[in-house]
Design a protein around this ligand. Structure first.
Ligand code: NAD
Ligand code: IPM
Ligand code: MN
Length: 354
């Protein structure tokens, strides 16, 4: 992170990935003109097409190259109906998350305009929290197997891995963030009433870490109740911390609260190391190739990346431009507008001021 030019690996991926990433890249180009931001972008063609034609998912040596030569990765989405096993997405996306040890999946949930939320009578300040999703273990560890596969007696096991270190570092990161950002409360979501072992570890570690942050209120909810409260009373949340799977589910719900998956941004972060930024949404096959997908999730993701790279002011300028475009109704159809992906990207880009 000491380079003066920040090097970005761009992996647009599948489906709507290339369309939304093109707009995020357009916005980065504009930011280079308006701000003192030095970026060098290198594109990689990893995704379903490459897998289907060459059998290659994440190329050999890719992780080493990314850590050695890049400051950040900007990715679109991975997933293609022609690859029902999702093998390439697992290798590329989960491969980068795990292989680069990107243990924080930071997913902000922020209402940019009151008209966007499906909830009634909510103000912008009522929906403004961040989710810290554990990103390297849990149900995503890939452990499990089959016995007697294909028979009536088949058994499939799917294991969940919770390490003391893994749980402690994500919970600590959530409290550090709360303190740093002047947030009041951290709420941990689990299912410790059923998941007696992993849940017990999360409970114990949460209490231990919370005791080190007496200035931050520590609060616990079962994840099923949290799903309800996120709809009924989202204003109570500042920072949420949860495991990999619950964090995945809660952040699609969070995306809906802020106006839909087309708006939601995320960072897969290991502080001080090359980190991966991608919209929360997937490759949305029904929308792919039609120039209708909302590029704002990808653009706000690029803004998060700018902030991570030390260009906080440029990141804020992008966020303001997004907000201004939305307030003016210059949006794609998912938000009630009439613009294409390209037009929506151009509208944001033009609004970025020095
Ligand atoms: P999805 O997020 O791709 O899409 C679900 C629905 O949300 C879409 O049909 C669409 O209505 C809406 N949507 C999503 N992004 C949008 C956008 N930018 N603009 C407007 N509307 C948008 O989820 P899915 O359909 O469950 O998954 C499709 C594929 O994507 C699967 O292969 C899945 O595994 C993969 N996926 C990948 C990622 C990722 O790479 N990070 C994330 C989620 C899903
Ligand atoms: C996400 C996605 C991924 C996940 C899939 C595509 C593996 O849903 O980034 O939220 O489950 O983490
Ligand atoms: Mn998801």
């Amino acid at each position: 992170m000491t380079r003066t030019i920040k090097r970005i690996a761009v992996v647009a991926g599948d489906g709507i990935g290339p369309e939304v990433i093109r707009e995020a890249v357009r916005v980065l180009g504009r930011v280079r003109e308006t701000h003192d931001v030095r970026l060098e972008l290198t594109h990689f063609d990893w995704g379903a097409d490459k897998f289907l034609s060459e059998g290659v998912t994440l190329p050999e040596g890719a992780l080493e190259m990314l850590s050695r030569d890049f400051d950040a990765i900007l990715a679109g989405a991975f997933g293609d109906p022609r690859v029902p096993s999702n093998k390439h997405a697992e290798d590329i996306l989960l491969g980068m998350r795990r292989g680069l040890d990107l243990y924080i999946n930071l997913r902000p949930v922020r209402l940019l305009d009151e008209r966007l939320t499906p909830l009634r009578n909510r103000r912008r300040e009522d929906i403004d929290f961040v989710v810290f999703r554990e990103n390297t273990e849990g149900a995503y560890c890939g452990a499990g197997g089959f016995l007697k596969k294909g028979t009536d007696d088949e058994i499939a096991t799917q294991e969940e891995l919770n390490t003391r270190r893994g749980v402690e570092r994500i919970i600590t990161a959530s409290f550090e963030y709360a303190r740093d950002q002047g947030r009041r409360r951290v709420t941990m979501a689990d299912k410790s009433n059923v998941q007696r072992f992993g849940g017990d570890l999360w409970q114990r570690v949460f209490k231990e870490v919370a005791a080190r942050y007496t200035d931050i209120e520590a609060n616990h909810q079962y994840v099923d109740a949290m799903a309800m409260f996120m709809v009924q009373d989202p204003a109570q949340y500042d920072v949420i911390v949860s495991n990999n799977l619950f964090g995945d589910i809660l952040t699609d719900l969070g995306a809906a609260l802020q106006g839909g998956l087309g708006l939601a941004a995320s960072g897969n972060i290991h502080p001080g190391r090359v980190s991966l930024f991608e919209p929360v949404h997937g490759s949305a096959p029904p929308l792919a190739g039609k120039n209708v997908a909302n590029p704002v999730g990808a653009i706000l993701t690029a803004a998060m990346m700018l902030e991570y790279l030390g260009y906080a002011e440029a990141g804020r300028a992008v966020e303001q431009a997004v907000q201004s475009a939305i307030q003016s109704g210059e949006t794609t159809r998912d938000l009630g507008g009439t613009l294409s992906t390209e037009e929506a990207g151009a509208s944001v880009s033009q609004r970025i001021a020095k």
